[in-house]
Design a protein around this ligand. Sequence first.
Ligand SMILES: Cc1cc2nc3c(=O)[nH]c(=O)nc-3n(C[C@H](O)[C@H](O)[C@H](O)COP(=O)(O)OP(=O)(O)OC[C@H]3O[C@@H](n4cnc5c(N)ncnc54)[C@H](O)[C@@H]3O)c2cc1C
Length: 470
Amino acid sequence: MVETCDVIIIGAGILGCFAARALSMYDLKTIVLEKREDVCTMISKANTGIVYAGYDMHPGSLKAEMTIRSNAGFEQLCKELGVTYLKTGSIMVAYGPDGDQSLIRKMEQGKESCVPGLHLITGKEAEQMEPNLRKGISSALYSETTGAVNPWDLGIAAYENAKANGVMFHFLESVMDIDCQNKRVSIKTQSNEYTAKVVINCAGSNTDSIREMAFAPSVRIRNTSADYLVYAKGSASQISHVIFYEPEGKEKGLSIVPTEEGNLIIGATESSKMDCADYATRAEDLSALLSFSSTILPSLEQDQLLNEFASVRPNPYLLQNPEVKLNDFNILEDWPMISLVAIKTPGITCAAELGKYVSEKVIHHIGQVQTNPYYDPIRKPIEHPDMEHYKKEQDGEILCHCNLVTEKMIREAIKRGATTLNGIRRRTRAGMGCCQGADCEEKILKILMRELGIHAEEVTKDGNGSEVLL
Ligand SMILES: Cc1cc2nc3c(=O)[nH]c(=O)nc-3n(C[C@H](O)[C@H](O)[C@H](O)COP(=O)(O)OP(=O)(O)OC[C@H]3O[C@@H](n4cnc5c(N)ncnc54)[C@H](O)[C@@H]3O)c2cc1C
């Protein structure tokens, strides 16, 4: 049977989830089709999580406008969705003439775009603000409004809020074919058929192939890899701001970002990679990052290194369509399809604004849509028990002692959509402490089996192909 609805969103990364949340303000039947078992399992789970100020985007571009607006509204957004926002400010440091010139250019760009709270400061001033950074800073750009957020916290929160407001999410539904003739869209997944008035293509690294199921090629995506290091809880005390290292010559610019839990994330490198599903790190990139981190933060103990991860950068390149500006957000309108093609940085910062932007276009296209009278923008996070008044009978056993996660929290995470060990990690932080799950993963596996009614062999770390017991 063909399922009929008003809008289909392909992809439940952070952009699909925020497009869904924005559409849930209207009286529409919206379905999200996601090929994986959960939300935010691809680019949206693996990035730097910086909330940008907007000074390094071209003045007048959609990217600059949206970043500045998003940054101004980020605190309120996080309040509505129950997500922690670290408004640390940032310092972009230069150690030579190339970096100095680049900072002057960025300061001018920032002024032209009216970015608030930007200051070009001396190397000495930067060293006083960040005494653990390598000495010899030649100049620095201090931004008061830059911050950091956990990207999957934000995406999961948008998903839960969209779902609570009526959007339906269908997981393990991989879109295989699209027909956009006769002003309606027909979509085939591996097992079902759908029809809708509009389709929003939010398929991340696959947005080009999804679009080409119905239209002639215009923009294609070439994927490169990005590797990161994660340092243990407590390492974030090394810095007080998000740090951007402005490169000299052919060096790569890198970032150092504190997290809510007190970790430090350092990255990202860039190397060639073709497969959009390849999230493996590379030895040479990790060793370059290690050498960077011990040089830029000499007092950071390298035995605090906890983990590593990789991401995929979807780089758009042009086949046809001179309208497309590769340095700006590419939103291609081929009604009844609208595609957010290869949205890279600052897609986390702008996710809510991009969601609003596409939803307004969709509403304009459909015409005469009523608002949803039951829409509620508030979403509550999973609560940590108050450890001073912790009672085992009420909160359940503490399973993850590193991050104080109880059995009750794990059950709540499963109720909210976690089906894998990483799905639980992302929702509760269980297994993300210094023992990396050695102590709790077996117990969590048993809870997953019990709550989902599955066998041990069916429990996966992060979806099909990552079965824990073989
Ligand atoms: C290395 C790196 C660092 C970044 N750092 C920052 C930062 O610091 N700050 C910031 O603001 N932004 C940052 N970004 C940008 C941000 O991460 C992205 O813009 C954002 O995550 C993109 O989200 P998405 O939903 O488009 O993609 P994804 O999260 O990849 O989601 C796409 C979804 O589509 C699904 N899908 C694909 N094909 C199909 C199909 N055929 N059928 C059904 N579903 C399908 C996938 O399974 C996936 O879930 C960074 C990006 C990268 C790569």
